[in-house]
Design a protein. Structure first.
Ligand code: DGP
Length: 114
């Protein structure tokens, strides 16, 4: 799986992004093609290509990413209803091979998703 991708460039500040939050373990930035009024991507600094590549060693990191998502939902005013999505591999719509949580909110979200 390719390791050089657009999210690595954003992590390394080689490409600009509208940053919503960052710390030593992750970076959150607004999606370039938002699918909802709030659409933020939360990515680990650690290179992990897909959800399926997570290992036991990532247990704490995954929890951290979700806590950041909940914190951002509050900060961005969507905690009354939001969705956290991970697309795993191409068949599920993953286009960038660096693990990312989508935080979507600010509108009614239908179920089931497409
Ligand atoms: P996915 O389809 O799950 O792999 O999500 C990738 C998302 O990344 C998609 O919603 C669009 C977004 N995206 C792609 N390129 C860029 C970029 O250069 N900047 C930002 N901010 N978002 C991007």
């Amino acid at each position: 799986m390719m390791t050089d991708n657009i999210f690595l460039k954003i992590l390394n500040k080689q490409l600009p992004a509208k940053i919503a939050y960052e710390d030593d373990r992750c970076l959150a930035f607004h999606d370039i093609k938002p699918q909802a009024p709030v659409h933020v991507l939360i990515i680990p600094r650690k290179v992990i290509a897909t959800h399926d590549d997570l290992t036991e060693e990532d247990r704490e990191l995954v929890g951290h990413l979700h806590l950041v998502a909940a914190k951002l939902a509050k900060q961005l005013g969507v905690s009354e209803g939001y969705r956290v999505v991970v697309n795993c591999r191409e068949r599920a719509g993953q286009t960038v091979p660096h693990l990312h949580l989508h935080l979507l909110g600010g509108r009614d979200l239908a179920w089931p998703p497409g």
